[in-house]
Design a protein around this ligand. Structure first.
Ligand code: IPM
Ligand code: MG
Length: 367
């Protein structure tokens, strides 16, 4: 039966990289490897320009109804001065919240062909394979109370609330432990239990869950500042890292850069079982809208393409097709084909569509 994919390309380089993904989807459909019906909508600044809001209600409804959502990127200088409530990022956060996508999986994988592109020494990153599991619908991103008010003395005050409940912690820790079972059976749980009560609760609940149900998993607790330091000192000590929304945002950018470029990193955001084994899910590259290179045909489409591969894997269980796509990405890198962000001496520089061409060729060769 045909599956419904909603594509929200967004702003900046979003539409450019998404064009390459659409070519791959068409190719796979034509080959009979997949049977996807694709529809498209607006999110972020591009939605604001048309609807006056960064995500229209109709688009939200379509996302709720889709079997999976693929998102490009949101934001850009054009919309920087908008009121907070209609900033492009609010569109993305609304999708995450209303679809209840509490588990954000951000793999940081160093491709052999790119190990030298890392700013760290080769032996520190070669073979690196970390999975960051970021809580995505709670914490300071959504905690109440929040806002900017004027105090009696005339000073202005900005307020946000970091808050977690037991069930929020337990469900994200379950995701991390379940993933660790299929990997290196090691989880680092990251918070600031030394200064935050929400961090202390996090630590206690994760440990309790490990002791009750995941005895085979090695669990270590780490403060977030130390984790940032350890990620650049000795990243291979990590297998799965589970952390809250804000620390996950920071640490995943840091981990991504270990791999050489933000342009390579995909992510999956997954919700709870909503019946019949179905989970809502949204897939997006970790990189942003990159306004500095938008519209120039230079952007690396691989993070978005690998996000589509995660969709094949996690939403549809099409492991063979996902492997084929991941392998085709490896082929292209091994052929020395590079966009500007991962360019190396002696390699062949291509633009966004050139990378798409090379990938389709590699897929043809593997099909
Ligand atoms: C990310 C981004 C978003 C976040 C922004 C665009 C709202 O940085 O997905 O990591 O902070 O979560
Ligand atoms: Mg981020």
């Amino acid at each position: 039966m045909s599956k419904k994919i909603l594509i929200l390309a967004g702003d900046g380089i979003g539409p450019e990289v998404m064009t390459e993904v659409k070519r791959i989807i068409s190719w796979m459909n034509a080959r009979g490897l997949t049977d996807f019906t694709v529809s498209e909508g607006l999110v972020g600044g591009s939605a604001y320009d048309v609807h006056g809001v960064p995500l229209a209600d109709e688009t939200m409804a379509e996302a709720m109804d889709a079997d999976a959502v693929l998102l490009g990127a949101v934001g850009g200088p054009k919309w920087d001065s908008l009121d907070f409530s209609v900033k492009p990022e609010r569109g993305l956060l609304r999708l995450r919240k209303e679809m209840e996508l509490f588990a954000n999986l951000r793999p940081a994988l160093v491709f052999d062909a790119l190990a030298e592109a890392s700013s760290l020494k080769l032996d520190i990153v070669k073979g690196l394979d970390i999975m960051i599991v970021r809580e995505l619908t709670g914490g300071v991103y959504f905690g109440q109370p929040r806002g900017i008010t004027t105090l009696e003395n005339g000073e202005r005050q900005g307020l946000n609330t970091q808050v977690y409940t037991t069930s929020e912690i337990v469900r994200i820790a379950e995701v991390a432990f379940d993933l660790a079972y299929k990997r290196g059976k090691k989880v680092h749980s990251v918070e600031k239990a030394n200064v935050m009560e929400s961090g202390l609760l996090w630590r206690e609940e994760v440990q309790k869950l490990r002791d009750a149900r995941y005895g085979d998993i090695a669990l270590e607790h780490m403060y977030a500042d130390n984790c940032a330091m350890q990620l650049v000192r000795n990243p291979k000590q990590f297998d799965v890292i589970v952390t809250d929304n804000l620390f996950g945002d920071l640490l995943s950018d840091c981990a991504a850069m270990l791999t050489g470029s933000l342009g390579m990193l995909p992510s999956a955001s997954i919700g709870a079982d909503i019946g019949g084994g179905k989970r809502r899910a949204m897939y997006e590259p970790v990189h942003g809208s990159a306004p500095d290179i938008a519209g120039q045909g230079k952007a690396n489409p691989l993070a978005c393409i690998l996000s589509y591969s995660m969709m094949l894997r996690y939403s549809f269980g099409m492991l063979d097709v996902a492997d084929m796509l991941d392998n085709a990405v490896q082929d292209v890198l091994n052929q020395g084909i590079r966009t500007g962000d991962i360019m190396q001496a002696g390699a062949t520089l291509v633009g966004t569509s050139g990378m798409g061409d090379a990938l389709l060729k590699a897929l043809e060769a593997r099909a």
